[in-house]
Write a protein that binds this ligand. Structure first.
Ligand SMILES: *Cc1c(COP(=O)(O)O)cnc(C)c1O
Length: 437
């Protein structure tokens, strides 16, 4: 046991450093998020709960917006909202001056409800229905990203009807999504730039779509879009993506996508936002027209590090060389482990020592894959302890679900010693609401 302690004390020296920048510890060692003690959050909102450091998102949004503007003034940072689609997050990023990416009618509805400027909306999706495209056009979405020829057909139909009604010759700005045939070093499930991806058009088909759109009097071809994947920890694929779109010719707009990885574990060392921007814009300066407008679309890296999931230990079970620490959440509120085998660190929130017995932190759902962390040191975990899992701001709320009748957890913003719920916990009545007995 002593050897295990020592090994992990070395490996996990900077545990608190994985929590949002505003995180401190009180005199007993318990975690404090933006001035709010962890016990107060658990008492007020129950567990599981997703705690979000508002200042951390704002700071990252400014880092992106300012870093991009300093390197390429005719530009805009746009939040890929699927990473955290609730109106409080949309509102916050809209307030910071960012555009908003949406995929589908639901995210579009949330963005509009949050007061996002329709002109700054970028509408994505590889399977946009006519109904969704109509919603986007009617809402005045500034940019629709064409993924396939069917998108073009549907938009032509929608806009011809619209013109028929108004006689004003309406035009819709579009980009063509390009698949550059780049395979970044990331999990297959979140790699999107390779030949064989369901997203976008390979260069020959993209050229065809561009030619067709140039001949359209209803759709205005603004430029091209590329997004090669998510949780990418090296810079080469981003630079290669810019080279690929440059081959397609000169346009008014180049949307270079998102995908920068976040630091989930002690051993992850993602590039900084500045290094990421340099990698793309150095190539852009060489190959793209100087007066072009550049968009970027960070999702994960905008919000991941602002979030902390809180759980309560329900059971501690030892046997066969394992210690299972089971909590009151799991794959109902964090699917990242099941979908992409993302590794998460964790700590007893009142004793985040980074040392202790090597445990398997598991959820409450009826699947063996329902694990939050396969091997994480926890300091003397006991029933009733609070567990904090850092870096859960991205794609957790978005993918939360009702498996095993789980009620999806609340989202709580913390800032300057204050806390406020921005999404309440689901109730059993919510679960019954759509069920027609
Ligand atoms: C998901 C997505 C993003 C954001 O990716 P992250 O890895 O979360 O930064 C950006 N653009 C498009 C088109 C996407 O589908």
């Amino acid at each position: 046991m002593a050897a295990t302690h020592a090994a992990h004390a070395v490996r996990t020296g900077s545990l608190v450093g994985l929590f949002p920048p505003g995180t401190t510890q009180d005199e007993t060692g318990a975690l404090v998020f933006a001035g709010v003690p962890v016990a107060e959050l658990a008492e007020t909102y129950g567990t599981p709960a997703l705690i979000v450091d508002e200042a951390a998102i704002r700071a990252r949004a400014r880092q992106y917006a300012d870093g991009l503007a300093a390197r390429w003034p005719n530009s805009r940072a746009t939040f890929a909202s699927k990473a955290f689609p609730c109106t409080a997050v949309y509102r916050l990023l809209a307030e910071e001056g960012l555009g908003i990416d949406v995929a589908g009618g639901g995210e579009l509805t949330l963005a509009l409800a949050a007061g996002a400027d329709p002109a700054g909306l970028v509408v994505h999706g590889n399977a946009k229905t006519e109904e969704e495209l109509r919603l986007a056009v009617e809402a005045g979405a500034g940019t629709i990203v064409v993924d396939n020829f069917d998108d073009i057909d549907k938009l032509e139909t929608i806009l011809s009807e619209k013109r028929g009604l108004s006689e004003t010759g309406s035009e819709q700005g579009v980009l063509v999504r390009v698949t550059p045939d780049i395979r970044p070093d990331t999990h297959e499930a979140v790699s999107t730039g390779q030949n064989g991806s369901k997203f976008g058009l390979l260069l020959p088909q993209a050229r065809e779509a561009i030619a067709r759109l140039r001949g359209s009097d209803r759709l205005r071809l603004d430029g091209v879009h590329v997004h090669v994947g998510s949780q990418i920890l090296d810079l080469d694929p981003f630079a290669q993506a810019v080279e690929a779109v440059a081959e397609l010719g000169e346009f008014a707009v180049y949307d270079l996508g998102g995908g920068l990885g976040s630091r989930y574990t002690y051993t992850d060392h993602p590039p900084t936002v500045e290094a990421y921007l340099d990698a793309m814009l150095d190539v852009a300066r060489k190959l793209l027209p100087a007066d072009a407008r550049i968009l970027i679309e960070p999702g994960r890296s905008m919000v991941a590090e602002s979030g902390v999931s809180l759980y309560r230990v329900v059971s501690v079970k030892r046997g066969g060389g394992h210690t299972f620490v089971a909590v009151d959440g799991g794959m109902g509120d964090n699917l990242e482990v099941s979908l992409y085998q993302q590794r998460f660190e964790a700590a007893v929130a009142t004793r985040p020592t980074g040392a202790g017995e090597l445990c398997r932190l598991v959820g409450r759902h009826c699947e063996s894959g329902d694990t939050l962390s396969a091997d994480v040191p926890l300091d003397d975990p006991r029933v009733g302890d609070l567990i904090a899992v850092p870096v859960t701001g991205a794609y957790t709320y978005a993918l939360s679900n009702n498996y095993n009748g789980a009620r999806r957890p609340p989202v709580v913003f913390v800032r300057d010693g204050e806390h406020r719920p921005v999404v309440r916990r689901e109730t059993y009545a919510d679960l019954m609401r759509r069920d027609l007995p």
